[in-house]
Design a protein around this ligand. Structure first.
Ligand code: PLP
Length: 463
């Protein structure tokens, strides 16, 4: 009998044991499961997920920043089934299929400015990879063949394939795979809580942080730099919003040095910040936008690069060709699911719902500031990070031992055991990340706050 065929607790235990024997989990320390079960999530409904023992958890991370419309939406299952019956698969290699055409048209209509061209991929990392290759070839075709380098920010995550990992700014995620693709330069991010300059003036800090991009361009030589990759609001490190004026200054710098501005919106698009695109929330014009995740609410894998008319132009000439693609990029079923997902979000007014409720979400999380372990609460839309400290006044952070013992050894599992699926992350300073489905309301915010309060109070005692 297979593990899945057994009913009840015996089936749950067998599944977990089989997972331990055969699954290679992503970004996971397998030794942690020597004596404990691997949690197996088998079902989702609305803002909640359920494990194989039937226990319910509030999905405080929308799976992985993806499940915008919540779990178990029949409309998306229907869209996938209908498309599978009609045309389950066809590639976008010199052919089109209707669901990709409709989706490209819809994305282009919502994107800022003239981002009228959509190159489909399967994932966020592949979109980032694609955007870098596109930037390189664009400059080769337009008489600036030495422009090839990329600039991104410290601690920012942009994916794991070798090019995307080069762009990623998390040293600990890269060290084991060096040497990576060369020519990827890092600049400071917009962590105002730990601002190394202008710590008492947000606008001056933002100007300084943007100017670091120009410094890097000048240092490398503008004739070697192709693109800057930035998230509208940086995830890793715990949700660093852009200071006022930051994006406008970045655009100016990119224009001055003919460097392409890539807005990596793998998390920040499709309502996460209450708008279709993060660039629309903050009012700037990118040359490319990379997306994935919320495009299908995670119901099917799909990513895309949205590119400007200017970038497409040389590829419309004679024999020129972007020698890049994949079997499943723009899969018909994924595109059909994306269309149904965008219909749902539009029909239910979910972007407006996020705008209407984001300040309530923030003020509910702000209540946690009375705890001695909570140093900062920051973010926007339905996307927040809570930074944990040992000393509020000095902002002293955890030692490696404390991170190991309190964050990994207690907090991560305590939150989950107490019914909240979210993420405790110490790739930079220790933070708890929250990014729930966009359907959440005050009752969910309260539930998150209460579970966080209990688990953080106990963490403080353990410190
Ligand atoms: C900003 C950003 N870019 C790229 C990626 C990589 O996306 P994927 O995991 O779909 O490859 C992520 C994933 O979280 C991300 O947050």
């Amino acid at each position: 009998m297979t593990a899945t065929a057994q009913p009840g607790p015996a089936g749950a235990a067998a599944l977990s044991a089989s997972a331990r024997d055969h699954l290679w989990l992503h970004f996971a320390r397998h030794s942690a499961f020597e004596d404990t079960d691997i949690p197996v999530i088998e079902r989702g409904e609305g803002a909640y997920i359920y494990d194989t023992n039937g226990k319910r958890y509030l999905d405080g991370l929308a799976g992985l920043f993806a499940v915008q419309v919540g779990h178990g939406r029949e409309e998306l299952a229907q869209a996938a089934a209908e498309q599978t019956r009609k045309l389950a698969y066809f590639p976008l290699w010199s052919h089109a299929h209707p669901s990709a055409v409709h989706l490209a048209e819809r994305l282009a209509a919502g994107a800022p400015g003239d981002l009228n061209r959509v190159f489909f991929t399967v994932s966020g990392g592949e979109s980032v990879e694609t955007a870098w290759k596109l930037a390189k070839q664009y400059f080769k075709l337009t008489g600036k063949p030495t422009k090839h380098k990329v600039i991104s920010r410290s601690m920012a995550y942009h994916g794991t394939s070798q090019g995307a990992l080069s762009i990623t700014g998390i040293p600990g995620a890269k060290a084991d795979f060096e040497p990576l693709v060369p020519s990827a330069i890092k600049v400071p991010n917009t962590n105002f809580y730990r601002a190394p300059e202008h710590a008492d003036d947000l606008v001056a800090f933002g100007r300084w942080a943007a100017d670091q991009i120009e410094q890097a361009i000048l240092m490398e030589g503008a004739d070697t730099v192709a693109a800057v990759f930035l998230e509208p609001l940086q995830n890793t490190g715990g949700c660093f919003p852009p200071p006022p004026g930051y994006w406008q200054r970045v655009r100016e710098i990119c224009d001055a040095h003919d460097v392409l501005l890539v807005s990596d919106e793998v998390i920040c698009a499709f309502g996460r910040l209450g708008h279709d695109f993060g660039a629309n929330r903050y009012g700037y014009q990118p040359d490319m936008i990379t997306v994935a995740k919320g495009l299908t609410s995670g119901y099917a894998p799909l990513g895309a690069v949205l590119a400007s008319d200017r970038l497409m132009e040389p590829f419309l000439q004679g024999p020129n060709i972007f020698m890049h693609g994949s079997t499943y990029g723009g899969h018909p079923v994924s595109c059909a699911v994306a269309m149904a997902n965008l219909d749902l979000m539009e029909g239910e007014g979910l972007y407006q719902h996020v705008q209407d409720n984001e300040s309530a979400f923030r003020s509910t999380l702000d209540k946690l500031r009375d705890l001695p372990i909570v140093g900062d609460v920051r973010g926007a839309g339905y996307f927040y990070g809570i930074e944990l400290v040992k000393d509020k006044a000095t902002k002293q952070t955890f030692t490696a031992e404390e991170s190991e013992r309190v964050l990994r050894g207690y907090l991560s599992s305590a939150l989950f055991d107490n019914g909240l699926y979210c993420r405790a992350d110490d790739r930079a300073e220790p933070v708890v990340q929250l990014s729930p489905p966009l359907i959440c309301d005050q009752s969910h915010f309260d539930e998150m706050e209460q579970i966080l309060r209990v688990s953080l109070e106990k963490s403080w005692q353990l410190l």
